[in-house]
Design a protein around this ligand. Structure first.
Ligand code: NAG
Ligand code: NAG
Ligand code: NAG
Length: 543
């Protein structure tokens, strides 16, 4: 007995419930190529619902931009008859299709219009048909989006894929992709696909490689039987005493999962560089730094502390290096301090001559170095007449001790000897003069003074010549300052006479006043004045 058919309202209600919670459709066929999977779903749905089914599993309706995609469709349809939605819709800016355009005004669901391939069924301009289907003949046909088609094609794109597992003969492996495709025949498995190996009681997952290619793995660390996909080892798998174990190539170490291989430097906290050494790592530092006690960080080396110093003169340590500097008077030339010319920045008034160990100031013609200050120059003439030194504004000058002869336009030496500068003999020199003192006289500046008897005598014996330094201004002839001894004798005699006169007056007064102390002073002063006049005069002051 068949149950009676349910009344119509109940049927409608069931249908609504089924639409509200649609069962996940499994693809009837799948083609995975590299990083992409295409899947065919047979279900009578309008375009929008088909599109939503693809998106729910992380994909979108299929784009067919090349013959590769076309080949995938041919494999998926397997000669089955029907119209399948493609991911191509008429651009909202157009109301009708435009057969002259490559995509007839349509746009891929990915938002672009790029394609290397089209396969339109011949047609005229159509309006109201804003979606596209493909059939067994692989021809594209415009269709009203609201009108259900027989199925749809989805496309899923991934960052990579796991290869199918190599398994020993007779051990079946069942795969399931994240978009619900199940089977044993896959050329590539997208990340998050599972592989079930019932015979070995194993369930593996294609793990996203975080930048690297995805790899088969499982939560339990360590290798699984080597016969199945190499035990999951990134390196080599070997079974010792029935237990599979992974090992890594030299320079690599086994990761925490017991299957992956990593460089010992991976995750090492070296501040500058990590170097692999004997299955472990060693940190190294840039030049100018050394490894700190923690073996990871690097600290600056004081390059200046080393012996010998890396610099010629001054060394300044910097972060990771050092700088060389030169003392004042030197300059850096190709990394070395070189002496600037000695004459650089010297106080020479006129000229400077470079010497091996220093410099010497010089003077222009007509000048000579000042004997009192070697940096200065003064006018100088070495003979009885010299041309004057004329400045820019026509002002001409002669050295001291010379006079400008405006007739001959020459500086003429002044003959000081003619003016009686010296008490005895005198020699005139260019710009100066020389006094000659007889035995018993000592030169004192510009004249001769008698030498005192006693221990000093030897020092002053013989003629002592006073030579005025050339260029030192000639002093005016001495007048009252020093007198000739003969003159002194005359003065002394005069003084004696006046003294005698005073004495006479003194005695006269003394008699009048009947003697006093004061009269004794007069008596004494007489012989003293007399002595002074007769004996050589002591020097007025010690030199
Ligand atoms: C020489 O003269 C210069 C310039 O007038 C002066 O700066 C310097 O101190 C003098 N040197 C001596 C030793 O007197
Ligand atoms: C002056 O002349 C003399 C003799 O001619 C010479 O020896 C001397 O070097 C000259 N001095 C100067 C400063 O020119
Ligand atoms: C002074 O000159 C005369 C004549 O040249 C000479 O006989 C005399 O010895 C000189 N006297 C001195 C002190 O040089």
């Amino acid at each position: 007995m068949r149950p009676p058919p349910p009344p119509l309202p109940l049927l409608l209600l069931l249908g609504t419930a089924a639409l509200a919670q649609p069962r996940e459709l499994a693809p009837a066929g799948t083609q995975c190529l590299g990083h992409e999977c295409f899947a065919v779903f047979w279900a009578s749905l309008p375009f929008s619902e088909a599109s939503e089914r693809c998106e729910r599993r992380g994909g979108h309706l299929m784009t067919v931009r090349s013959t590769v995609a076309e080949d995938a469709i041919a494999l998926l349809l397997q000669n089955r008859e029907g119209q399948l939605w493609l991911g191509l819709t008429l651009s909202p800016s157009l109301s009708c299709t435009e057969p002259k355009l490559q995509l007839r005004g349509f746009r891929w669901v990915t938002g672009d219009r790029s394609t290397d391939y089209t396969n339109w069924a011949p047609s005229e301009k159509r309006c109201g048909e804003r979606c596209v289907t493909v059939s067994r003949e692989l021809r594209w046909e415009e269709r009203r989006c609201e009108e259900p088609a027989d199925g749809f094609l989805c496309q899923y794109t991934y960052g990579g894929s796991c290869p199918p597992l190599s398994a020993p003969l007779g051990v079946p492996v069942t795969y399931e992709t994240p978009f619900g495709a199940r089977g044993a025949e896959f050329t590539a498995l997208p990340p998050r696909s599972t592989a079930s190996v019932a015979a070995l009681g194993l369930k593996l997952l294609c793990e996203d490689g975080e930048g690297a290619e995805p790899r088969w793995g499982r939560d339990t660390p360590g290798a699984w039987p080597c016969g199945l996909g190499g035990g999951g080892c990134a390196g080599t798998c070997a079974e010792e005493g029935g237990r599979p174990r992974c090992s890594c190539a030299e320079g690599k170490v086994l990761g925490a999962d017991g299957r992956s291989c990593r460089s010992p430097c991976e995750g090492a906290q070296c501040q500058h560089h990590c170097v692999i050494a004997d299955g472990s790592f060693v940190c190294m530092c840039n030049t100018g730094y050394r490894l700190a006690a923690d073996g990871l960080s690097c600290e600056d080396i004081d390059d200046c502390a080393g012996e010998p110093s890396p610099c010629d003169q001054k060394c300044v340590n910097t972060e990771g290096g050092f700088e060389c500097h030169c003392h004042s008077g030197y300059e850096m030339v190709e990394g070395h301090c070189e002496r600037l010319p000695h004459c650089w920045n010297t106080p020479c008034q006129q000229l400077c001559e470079e010497l091996p160990q220093g410099y010497r100031c010089g003077c222009r013609p007509g000048y000579a170095v000042d004997p009192l200050n070697a940096t200065l120059c003064r006018l100088h003439c070495n003979s009885s007449e010299c041309p004057p030194v004329c400045e820019d504004y026509g002002r001409c000058r002669c050295p001291d001790g010379f006079l400008l002869d405006e007739e001959d336009w020459l500086c003429m030496d002044i003959d000081e000897c003619e003016s009686g500068h010296c008490p005895f003999n005198c020699t005139n020199t260019p710009g100066g003069y020389q006094c000659h003192c007889p035995l018993g006289y000592q030169d004192r500046g510009v004249d001769c003074v008698p030498v005192l008897g006693g221990s000093d005598e030897e020092e002053f014996s013989g003629d002592t010549d006073l030579v005025l330094p050339t260029g030192v201004p000639s002093r005016p002839p001495p007048k009252a300052g020093r007198l000739h001894p003969g003159v002194l004798v005359g003065i002394a005699a005069g003084a004696l006479l006046s003294l005698l006169a005073a004495l006479g007056l003194g005695f006269h007064l003394a008699r009048k006043r009947c003697g006093s102390h004061g009269s004794m002073e007069y008596k004494y002063s007489g012989p003293r004045e007399k002595e002074m006049g007769l004996q050589p005069m002591p020097p007025a002051q010690k030199p």
